[in-house]
Write a protein that binds this ligand. Structure first.
Ligand code: GLV
Ligand code: MN
Ligand code: MN
Length: 422
């Protein structure tokens, strides 16, 4: 085990082949949840899992589980994974790294005939990104009991298509119950998506805590009118109001620096015609902070600021919160296994917080959980230019390998993993 290493070249080849599904001209990936491309990535993943001798099952919300039996199959498995869906202008590694490094862990254990006492389960979660269907992390959220499956199925994309219809259309409404069953621990490898590790020249982040998040849908209604005859002072321009609100959201982020983030990432203008004063604008708000009381203060500031802008402008405001996760520390024992894995490999490491959302955040509510970060180029993610080195991918996978095997062998007075007798 000491000298066991994943096959870096095979891992990179798998990442590149997966990135070919939904590849964009600019070198990124567009593989939105429950599209035909999502189906193609699932089909390829399952083919690879079966080739690795894993037993594949799909649950009612489309989460895919690939199990490697343990010497004590009755024990709850150690799970690990991430997601294969991407942002519309996403990169090759956000999500895919955690899934395919997990597969590489399984392949490496097979190559070396290593058996673990607990079974291992690799997971690919449905709709982590929340871009086509909000909120994010719906697959893990339903699995962990945060959302009812009916709520998830009822979510609609901008074209009005429902999550449930689309899941069925791509053939991934599985038979396994989409609910928590005994799982010993969960690990997720992910690119950092920020600049800290790269700036400091550090190979591995042991993720100790995840930021809290609040997501909102906002709608501003004014009065559609002719862009010519309507005098400036008589207008109730919904886009003008929404623009001021975007400025206010940004201000809230700045007011709670350095840890806060506040973003308007989506806007729909109606009727979106150059000579009509916009009558309605829908937009989203994404607030994040590692301290729950500060996040709540940001929520109050948002409600106040939007109201203060809407009222005097004669605009009606509808603001709905649709997603909230409080900040949460990861499991100390699992984080310690990540640190120990990096140490054993002689890799530089530091503790780090996650400012992005991950399926691990929901798993962490119900199962001992930890995350591993590796650096990404320029700290850039949710961008087609997102990039990592093959070495970073392999480092992360090697740490994941050590953490899951150590956990799978954990017991009072524990033993090491055994090589199979040939
Ligand atoms: C998920 O990618 C997020 O928004 O953090
Ligand atoms: Mn991700
Ligand atoms: Mn993402």
């Amino acid at each position: 085990m000491q000298n066991l290493r994943v096959n870096a070249e095979r891992l990179w080849r798998s990442l590149m082949e997966m990135a070919g599904i939904g590849a964009t001209a600019k070198g990124g990936v567009c593989r939105l949840t429950l599209t035909d491309l999502d189906r193609a990535s699932r089909d390829l993943f399952i083919k690879w899992c079966r080739e690795a001798g894993l037993a594949v099952s799909v649950d009612g919300i489309g989460n895919i589980f690939a199990r490697r039996q343990g010497t004590d199959p009755g024990r709850p498995p150690v799970a690990f994974g991430s997601h294969l869906d991407t942002q519309p202008t996403g990169g090759k590694f956000d999500g895919a790294l955690g899934v395919l490094a997990g597969l590489e862990v399984m392949r490496t254990l097979n190559d070396h005939g290593v058996e673990t006492e607990r079974p291992l389960e690799l997971v690919s979660w449905t709709n982590e990104e929340g871009s086509r269907f909000a909120p994010p992390m719906l697959g893990s959220g339903v699995f962990c009991g945060v959302f009812k499956i009916e709520e998830a199925f009822a979510r609609r994309d901008v074209d009005g298509k429902s999550f449930g219809e689309e899941l069925r259309r791509i053939g991934y409404e599985g038979q396994a119950p989409a609910r928590l069953r005994p799982i010993d621990a969960y690990f997720e490898l992910h690119i950092e998506q920020g600049p800290v590790l790269e700036d400091e020249g550090i190979a591995i982040g042991a993720v100790t805590v995840a930021n809290g998040q609040r997501w909102y849908d906002a709608s501003v209604t004014g009065l559609e009118a002719h862009a010519g005859p309507t005098p400036m002072r008589r207008r109730r321009d919904a886009l003008l109001g929404a623009s001021r609100m975007v400025e206010a959201v940004n201000r809230i982020g700045l007011d709670h620096e350095p840890a806060a983030c506040a973003t308007v990432g989506f806007m729909r203008v109606m009727p979106n015609s150059r000579n009509v004063i916009p009558g309605r604008v829908d937009f989203t708000v994404d607030l994040r902070h590692p301290d729950d009381s500060r996040l709540l203060a940001m929520d109050a500031a948002l409600r106040r600021a939007l109201k203060e802008i809407a009222g005097p402008a004669g605009l009606a405001l509808d603001l709905k919160e649709l997603f909230y996760v409080p900040p949460a520390p990861f499991d100390a024992e699992c984080v310690a296994l990540v640190r120990a894995g990096a140490r054993e490999l002689g890799l530089s490491q530091r503790d780090i917080g996650s400012a992005a959302g991950h399926d691990a955040v929901y798993m962490n509510k119900v199962v001992p959980t930890a995350m591993i970060f590796v650096p990404c180029e320029g700290g850039i993610s949710h961008n087609e230019a997102e990039n990592i080195s093959s070495e970073a991918a392999a480092n992360g996978a090697d740490v994941l390998l050590r953490a899951v095997v150590a956990r799978a062998e954990r017991r009072a007075g524990g033993r090491g993993p055994r090589a199979a007798r040939h």
